[in-house]
Design a protein around this ligand. Structure first.
Ligand code: IYR
Length: 224
């Protein structure tokens, strides 16, 4: 195939610059927090567009890019989503979760009320495209769609934080109502509801910590 490959566009940094960039990026990401106290202040769509374009740079199985991002600003749709999400959450907190799950969640201080779904200016519903359908009605399977969508979502969260906005990874369970409300095709499964905006001035977050490097990483060095 002609033009199947092209030269890699690559910029190599000096050792010092690499150290500094890795450290600076970690410091920037370390300040990201999942936020539940949102201001109703509007967010510029071109910022959201660039964050979604960043998500779209993610690697994916066979480059099938098996994701879709629905951006919701319409207050009526946001409210419809809130009502559907709260109905599921009431069942979850009233018994479906079970005591062990609720005990594990307790430090986050969450409950079935989700006012941020009305208040925050932008909701991004992320869908995993498990398969697409061609013009003859055949199902075309996407490979590693869940992993790919997870990676894209991570890049989206990073881009939103880097832009100076805050987000909440919200997973009302089950989330099938999102497919219906947002009119998504049958091959797509709702993956996550990302709430995006500015924090309130007095926003609070749980006092919780991230694990240390030696708790999340094991090393197998080349000792010659
Ligand atoms: N979806 C519920 C419960 C919940 C579950 C987990 I795992 C969390 O990390 C946080 C919340 C809710 O949003 O309240």
């Amino acid at each position: 195939m002609k033009d199947q490959f092209k030269p890699l566009d690559y910029c190599r940094f000096s050792e010092d610059e690499m150290q500094s960039r890795a450290q600076t990026h970690y410091e920037m990401m370390k300040s990201r927090r999942t936020v539940r106290h949102f201001s109703d202040e509007a967010v510029t769509q071109s910022v959201i567009d660039n964050c979604i374009l960043t998500a779209g740079t993610a690697p994916s199985g066979a480059n099938q890019q098996p994701w879709h991002f629905s951006v919701i600003r319409d207050p009526k749709l946001k409210h419809e989503i809130r009502l559907a999400a709260e109905a599921e959450e009431r069942d979850f907190y009233a018994g479906r979760a079970g005591d062990t799950w609720l005990e594990t969640l307790a430090p986050l201080g969450t409950d079935a009320n989700k006012p941020f779904l009305d208040v925050a200016p932008v909701l991004i519903a992320i869908f995993e495209e498990k398969y697409s359908i061609d013009t003859d009605g055949n199902h075309i399977k996407n490979y590693y769609s869940k992993e790919s969508t997870g990676i894209a979502t991570g890049l989206l969260i990073t881009a939103i934080h880097n832009a100076g906005l805050v987000s909440l990874t919200h997973t009302p369970s089950p989330m099938n109502f999102l497919s219906k409300i947002l009119n998504r095709p049958e091959g797509e499964r709702p993956f996550l509801l990302l709430v995006v905006g500015y924090p309130t001035k007095d926003a609070m977050v749980p006092n919780i910590q991230k694990k240390q490097l030696d708790e999340i990483c094991s090393k197998f060095e080349d000792n010659g």
